[in-house]
Design a binder for this molecule. Structure first.
Ligand SMILES: [Zn+2]
Length: 216
């Protein structure tokens, strides 16, 4: 099996390349057994070497590194404890998404990949203080029933059964934001009807694509 630290390094670069974070913003992690590998605090996500991911015991919080883990460690550990199915947590600061949700714009399904990859309901939570118990509590409460959470005046938290699935969700959130922005600038954006959402949910071809994301 491919080393997850190698994969995290690879996807850290992709996140920055796609403009989902800037500077030392955002943090990502992946689970391996009883441990999690977290991005080190203060590092740009595209400048983390394989050996620099900070290994932490999920249950005890013990840190096996000279580097300090991301300041959002508590939120990451809280998610892994709450959701045993989750193998990766990505927290990004995508600029268009953050601008839209902080202005009160709604996120609702309006194209097929939105439904298939993000789900039919994406919660938006009010601003909470980052880097500690307040954000952990708010995110863990929501993550029980969703894979994507939008944080007003802050960013996005997504989870995945694989690193690739978490990355794909992060990417599609910002793609949706771009389309919403263009849509509302040009006129009245038409969102999917309940029936249209159900049709996508029942597509066999979507099941196949989703299964593929979970294998990588
Ligand atoms: Zn953040």
């Amino acid at each position: 099996m491919e080393d997850i630290r190698k994969k995290l390094t690879e996807y850290g670069k992709k996140i920055v390349e796609k403009g989902l974070v800037a500077g030392p913003g955002g943090n990502i992690s992946a689970r391996e057994g009883d441990f999690v590998f977290l991005s080190p605090s203060g590092f740009f996500l595209d400048e983390i070497n394989e050996e620099e991911w900070v290994k932490v015991n999920i249950k005890t919080g013990e840190i096996y590194s000279n580097l300090r883990p991301t300041c959002e460690i508590s939120m990451h550990l809280g998610i892994y404890i709450e959701r045993p199915d989750v193998k990766a947590v990505f927290h990004t600061h995508p600029p268009i998404t953050v601008g839209l949700i902080s202005s009160g714009v709604k996120f609702k399904p309006f194209f097929p990949d939105y439904v298939a990859i993000l789900g039919k309901e994406v919660p938006i939570i009010d601003y909470v203080q980052p880097a500690g118990e307040e954000i952990r509590k708010a995110v863990v409460k929501e993550i029980k029933k969703t894979n994507v959470i939008l944080l007003k005046n802050h960013g996005v938290v997504v989870v995945g059964e694989t690193i690739k699935e978490a990355y794909t969700r992060s990417l599609i959130v910002e793609e949706a934001a771009k389309s919403i922005f263009v849509g509302i600038c040009c006129g009245k954006l038409r969102y999917f009807t309940k029936k249209e959402i159900e049709q996508i949910e029942n597509l066999e071809s979507e099941d196949y694509r989703k299964a593929l994301l979970k294998k990588q």
